[in-house]
Design a protein around this ligand. Structure first.
Ligand SMILES: [Zn+2]
Length: 235
């Protein structure tokens, strides 16, 4: 597509200046009156953009604004900052946002808006994916509190748990037929369900250390789930 290729070329050639081709000049007086704390529309200089909350477009010129860097995934997806998330509501919100910002709707718009729509769309995808799965949602909640779980924290796990994981991995390596795979799958699924409930309780009690320990366990089972998926791919 001609427009698409031009977009790529412009991106490759570097920074594409704002306000080209018939765009109004930035209203310097209005911008300086409001001070730097009040964000202005990149396109017309009008008040009200870049947006806070759900104002994605400038109320004056309707130009798409860049994403708000201070907004977390829970706020973007209109969810309470909690481990309990209504996944049906989350899905509706995802669809609602993609109908607003998806790059397909900006193919005839300025390069700035094309770039912003791509940024918004990537963010919305990432936020949706992160909040949908209990493991990534829990890890994200901890991250917002400044708690991160680095990979390879084996030394912190009790030996009983590590033995359990080892045994499941051995079973998986030995599994020869679909019935054996299904059995392992159901064991892992039950474990993940149990851990998800425990994580939920830990967050409700603000017991972040416990949540961290349980999420680390979930990550082990999640790795087993990945291995099951790989083994299912026919060679
Ligand atoms: Zn504007």
């Amino acid at each position: 597509m001609w427009a698409g290729r031009t977009g790529t070329l412009l991106r490759l050639s570097g920074w594409w200046p704002t306000g080209v081709l018939g765009r109004r000049l930035l209203n310097c007086n209005a911008a300086s009156l409001a001070g730097s704390s009040s964000p202005r529309c990149w396109n017309c200089g009008g008040a009200g953009g870049p947006p806070r909350g759900d104002r994605f477009f400038c109320p004056q010129c309707r130009a798409l604004q860049p994403p708000d860097p201070t907004r977390d995934y829970f706020s973007l997806m209109d969810c309470n900052r909690s481990f309990r998330v209504d996944t049906v509501k989350l899905q509706h919100r995802y669809q609602q946002l993609q109908r607003l910002v998806h790059p397909d709707f900006f193919s005839q718009r300025s390069q700035n808006e094309k770039d912003f729509s791509e940024k918004h769309s990537t963010l919305v995808n990432e936020a949706y994916k992160t909040l949908l799965a209990p493991l990534s949602r829990g890890l994200y909640l901890l991250k917002l509190r400044g708690i991160e779980i680095p990979e390879g924290t084996d030394y912190e796990m009790d030996s009983q748990f590590l033995t359990e994981i080892m045994e499941i991995n051995e079973k998986l390596a030995e599994a020869q037929d679909e019935a054996a795979m299904k059995e392992i799958e159901s064991i892992v699924r039950a474990k993940q369900k149990e851990l998800t409930d425990d994580v939920s309780r830990a967050f409700e009690r603000d017991n972040f250390e416990k949540a961290k320990e349980l999420l680390t366990k979930m990550r082990y089972f999640s790795n087993v789930e990945e291995k099951i998926k790989l083994k299912k791919i026919p060679l």
